[in-house]
Ligand binder design. Structure first.
Ligand code: T6T
Length: 321
């Protein structure tokens, strides 16, 4: 008799923490709203919302910048959603703003980028409180870029990374992977100083011209995200150096199709942003309905070249505008 009563109490207190399932509110906060990567991520998030019969809002800033993202986040926290699924724009500057959400009982999941060391729920670090991190393996992606570039350059020459700014987990890790691979496997490739473009393709294009003026034998450039890659590729095209400079692009906006076919870009590494958005929402929902969730979920890549870009199984990974 006593045992049955105890079981009933446990069951009812557990049920008390579980929400009615269709009134769960989740907000997806992207790195910026106008980037094809996050637009595609939102499609995946909306597909998950539809499957679950819940509402997921998409609210973000127009630029990839913590100064703009934090006020948007504060406005989202004030609405007190059940969960925030966010791509934090800086590893340290977003820790305190996100802690405010967590302390108000809002579950935090990060997608694409992470805060602190990205290892959540392990009892270590200031930014340990998010429930999960869902993303590409960005170090591996950087290594893939370096290996493809070095092979197309015959293992020698000089290259550089076109990057956004330090402090962004994804692009920092891509650069790290790229440099590790070059150092470990291609000692005759010289990696020049990274050029930071503040997520502006025109700046990245101008930097290509400037590096080329100093280093006329430049053999390769790695565009570490969508805007860096578009800019670097445009720079190579304007300099009329398609045959001399290998361009490896991270990300796959619609414009990549023509750039691959025209030989401006040699290879694009497409992330799977819809997958990231889908599992971001599913993970938030699982947590909010009483399931335990993994602290990290890795998503895939698709390597796109001029040879395979028309294959439907490859083309489906080109981002939506
Ligand atoms: O590369 C993606 C994303 O993974 C990164 O964190 C920021 O830049 C993009 O959104 C592309 O613009």
């Amino acid at each position: 008799m006593k045992k049955i009563l105890a079981a009933a109490i446990v069951a009812s207190s557990f049920m008390g923490t579980v929400q009615a399932q269709d009134d769960i509110s989740i907000v997806l906060v992207p790195g910026l709203t106008t980037d094809a990567f996050y637009i595609t991520m939102n499609k995946g998030a909306q597909a998950a919302a539809k499957a679950l019969g819940i509402k997921v809002d998409f609210q973000g800033a127009e630029d990839f910048n913590p100064t703009l993202q934090v006020p948007v986040l504060d406005a989202v926290i004030a609405r007190q959603p059940d969960a925030i699924v966010i791509a934090p724009t800086d590893t340290t500057q977003l820790i305190e703003p996100l802690r405010r959400a967590s302390e108000r009982g809002v579950a935090v999941i990060t997608v694409d980028t992470f805060i602190d060391d990205g290892k959540y729920q392990d009892g270590a670090g200031d930014g340990d409180f998010p429930m999960s991190y869902i993303a590409s393996d960005n170090v591996a992606g950087g290594r893939m870029a370096a290996a493809a570039m070095a092979e197309s350059m015959g293992g020698k020459g000089s290259v550089y990374v076109s990057n956004v700014r330090p402090g962004i987990s994804t692009t920092d890790q891509r650069e790290e992977g790229f440099k590790l691979e070059m150092a470990e496997r291609f000692p005759d490739i010289q990696v020049l100083d990274t050029q930071y473009n503040e997520n502006d393709a025109s700046t990245a294009a101008g930097q290509l011209q400037a590096v080329l003026a100093r280093e006329p034998n430049l053999g390769g450039v790695f565009g570490a995200n969508l805007f860096s890659a578009i800019g670097a590729a445009n720079g190579v095209e304007s300099a009329n150096k398609l045959d001399e400079i290998t361009v490896v692009a991270f990300d796959a906006p619609q414009s990549i199709v023509e750039q691959l076919k025209d030989g401006v870009v040699d290879m694009a590494i497409a992330q799977h942003p819809a997958e990231i958005g889908y599992y971001g929402v599913m993970t938030a929902y699982a947590h909010l309905t009483g399931q335990s969730v993994p602290p990290m979920i890795g998503t895939g890549f698709t390597v796109i070249t001029a040879e395979n870009v028309d294959e439907p199984e490859v083309a489906r990974y080109i981002y939506s505008d």
